[in-house]
Design a protein around this ligand. Structure first.
Ligand SMILES: Nc1ncnc2c1ncn2[C@@H]1O[C@H](COP(=O)(O)OP(=O)(O)O)[C@@H](O)[C@H]1O
Ligand SMILES: [Mg+2]
Length: 280
């Protein structure tokens, strides 16, 4: 089926050395995009793929933290904008870090992890993401996973118009606010002619630690009639306190808790992503 596109796709570029770019998106913050991006990237790597991850959330770069890469020192300038502007104009190529087998790059490598960055400057967000994508020394990769900020502003607008994205994984919880906001992302990518690989329901149930019973989170009735319901479900992740511990310790659950429901769900999700690209 050909998707209708209202975006000029002629200026879209591929990233050298990278076979597939998969972006993890949602209309909402706090629904688990970064958790999913990191878990998916690590699971694809465990399945034998060469995987890189770009922390494209320039407003709240969390990927380094989730992978246990800390950079506490702030940059020695009054405003973090100064080093950022120099990166955006410099000819030096950003160097990624390798952690747990993943090739990683984040804006957080350039500034202190708690520094306020990009104050109100959306166009700089697009510029930086372009530079990070096209200039970082990624090497040869089967997958480059992008962890996006919430919403449909920048850098998403720059990404859909200037980068050849191979597919989107949408993350939402089952409540109506997350669903509605994520539908906006869904429409943006569809209108731009970017393939939606599937959706992930995060924190959609809870496993009782005593009896193992599954307690379902309430699901919005809006869901049933929404176009979202027709998007293939890649997997459902439980609300898992281990994910909270993993966030604090920088040791992702898929590495430390191999038999858990969360790790099994990530396995299924990664299989779904691979299956989407099978036969290419
Ligand atoms: N399945 C889950 N179970 C428990 N906590 C989760 C789960 N997914 C995400 N979280 C927690 O929710 C918070 C937001 O997750 P995060 O991945 O940073 O979301 P986003 O990137 O969408 O803002 C984090 O504290 C994370 O540890
Ligand atoms: Mg995030």
């Amino acid at each position: 089926m050909t998707q209708q596109s209202s975006t000029d796709t002629s200026s879209r570029r591929r990233v050298e050395g990278v076979k597939r770019i998969v972006a993890v998106a949602s209309g909402k913050g706090g629904v688990g995009k970064s958790t999913v991006a990191v878990g998916l990237a690590l699971t694809l790597h465990a399945k034998g793929h060469r995987v890189a991850i770009l922390d494209a959330d320039v407003y709240g770069p969390n990927v380094p933290l989730l992978l246990g890469i800390r950079r506490r020192a702030s940059v020695d300038t009054e405003q973090a904008m100064v080093p950022l502007a120099s990166v955006a104009t410099s000819s030096e190529r950003p160097e990624p870090v390798v952690r747990h087998g993943l090739t990683v790059f984040s804006l957080a490598f350039l500034v202190g992890e708690d520094q306020n960055i990009l104050p109100g400057n959306a166009s700089l967000a697009g510029l930086l993401i372009r530079q990070f994508l096209f200039d970082t020394l990624w090497g040869e990769q089967d997958y480059l996973v992008l962890d996006l900020p919430p919403g449909t502003g920048e850098p998403q607008a720059t990404l859909v118009s200037q980068v050849e994205l191979d597919g989107i994984v949408l993350v939402a919880t089952s409540q109506s606010t997350a669903l509605l906001d994520t539908l906006r992302s869904y429409h943006m990518f569809r209108q731009a002619g970017v393939a939606i690989i599937g959706r992930i329901e995060n924190m959609s149930y809870l496993l009782c630690p005593h009896c193992g019973e599954s307690i379902e989170m309430p699901r919005s009735e809006d869901f049933v009639d929404s176009p979202f319901a027709a998007v293939p479900l890649l997997g459902r992740l439980p609300f898992d306190p281990s994910v909270g511990h993993a966030t604090n310790s920088g040791r992702p659950v898929v590495l430390t808790d191999k038999g858990s429901a969360t790790t099994r769900a990530f396995d299924q999700i990664a299989n779904g992503v691979n299956a989407f690209f099978m036969g290419e």
